[in-house]
Design a protein around this ligand. Sequence first.
Ligand SMILES: *Cc1c(COP(=O)(O)O)cnc(C)c1O
Length: 484
Amino acid sequence: MAHHGPIPLLFETGKSGRARRYVAPMGDAAAELPSEVLRTRLPLPEHSELDVVRHFTRLSQRTFGIDTNFYPLGSCTMKYNPRVNDTLANLPGFRELHPYTPDRYAQGALLVMERLERALSSLFGMAAFTLNPAAGAHGELTALLIARAAFAARGEGEQRTTVIVPDTAHGTNPASAAMLGYRVVSLPSNERGRVSLAALREIVGPTTAVCMMTNPNTLGLFEDEIRAIADTVHAAGGLMYYDGANANALMGNARPGEMGFDLMHLNLHKTFSIPHGGGGAGAGPVGVAASLVPYLPTPVVERTTDGLRLAFDRPQSIGPMRSFWSNFAHMVRALAYVEANGIEGLTRVSQLAVLNANYLRVLLRDVLEVPYDEPCRHEFVASAQRLKKEHGVRALDLAKALLDRGYHAPTMYFPLLVPECLMIEPTETESKETLDAFVEAFCEVIALAQRDPQRLFDAPECTVVGRVDETKAAREPDLRWRER
Ligand SMILES: *Cc1c(COP(=O)(O)O)cnc(C)c1O
């Protein structure tokens, strides 16, 4: 049975004397602790175990995720996470490994890191990867620090002050550059939804440090002039950075190293099937061309005559970006994914991701505008501009109505280039039946928008929480419980 309305907190429902212990407490713990760390009052709620089990089970039933529903959130690659990856990450030898274990006793874990690093390097055409960064944005920051160190070594540290970012870029790109004090220059797209080479030639120059690009870009389109773009930036002495957060169209089909990129990051928690969302642990490895290897963060895994070791003695390194080995369990999951698929399997993953996106694009273009309507890669962008003009229904309203039908909303209002946009990424792990059912639900929502728009303004009606005030939720989040 579904339970509607908010579930009260355990703090709000406890009753004194309710907690029953099955196991008697061991001695007087307080006597063992220094008095200055003891609290005189600790208002914890008292419950029976059964009430607590029910509370958390109900909460878990309200979770909306890839394990329960289709989640076509563009630029996020919400694909199925094979359970065997978790089983392997939970092997006691991996799970219980202490971060201070001497290299000699951690050879298996170091081998995981070395094999993953080698696999990513060959898949994406880079000389080496660091597995240090803990998220995509953290990878961007790492890569820009590497670029900055390389310019400083060339004596151009003062001169290279700008970072070029296309207007379709993910928001983290300009944010990462600004965080390091770079001036961000926006690069306009052309009428084909791609970087304008003519505009780039006007912008690029002796102050250019890095040009950050996404390819396929966030419209799902392949930048077919990428070699000319890279040549232009290189001729000015700048470096090319590849935002590979969404590499699901690329694996086995194209390599950023061959497109002229010097640096890149990957999101293992998108392309490499690691569970993500809710701000959980991520992994954003950074790949570099040969000339940038000396600047990689420490530690790096090194092969010696005595086996593998973590090397910290690297004088040109930008230093550690994360404590210890970073999110090691994710490295196990990603390696499991790479080895289970093999290069043929990963190539097929990418091809199916592209096929599924195009299947949806062609079915949905009958009911929604698709502004750049040509074969896309792993995702595409549709627009509700016509519906807004004719019926006052926005992309947001369509997204809310999809929730009522059991689908997570597509990404909305990104990229900024397309008004009232919805960015749809089905991934390769969905069946044709799921995609067909999604199209049917989408068509139903659009028919409703034309017939009775008010129903959409009130959506969602069937979810636990109805329409929320999005601005208030973003500007004044109140997530803390306070004792009354
Ligand atoms: C998700 C994403 C990022 C940021 O990755 P995080 O792990 O969320 O920091 C950067 N660029 C693109 C294109 C993305 O889709």
